[in-house]
Write a protein that binds this ligand. Structure first.
Ligand SMILES: [Zn+2]
Ligand SMILES: [Zn+2]
Length: 71
């Protein structure tokens, strides 16, 4: 797999869209690992990892969102 941006060998794949990214073009972006409902909170919340690999090309949402459609 090659980097989407510069076509050199990719070191990883974007967590969001699957494009290849080299070290130079890799970016970090929060990624939602799981969603849960705490005992103290009524709303469904999301567990995120802050530094998931991101290609810099696709545009995932920057903030965890409430998921009323899954409730
Ligand atoms: Zn690159
Ligand atoms: Zn991407």
């Amino acid at each position: 797999m090659d980097c989407w941006t510069c076509e050199r060998t990719a070191l990883g794949a974007c967590r969001f869209c699957g494009r290849g990214v080299c070290r130079q073009h890799a970016k970090m972006h929060p990624f939602i690992l799981d969603t849960f409902r705490g005992t103290k909170h009524e709303k469904l919340r999301a567990l995120v990892v802050d530094d998931a690999l991101h290609c810099g090309v696709c545009r995932p949402k920057s903030d965890p969102v409430e998921l009323p459609e899954l409730e």
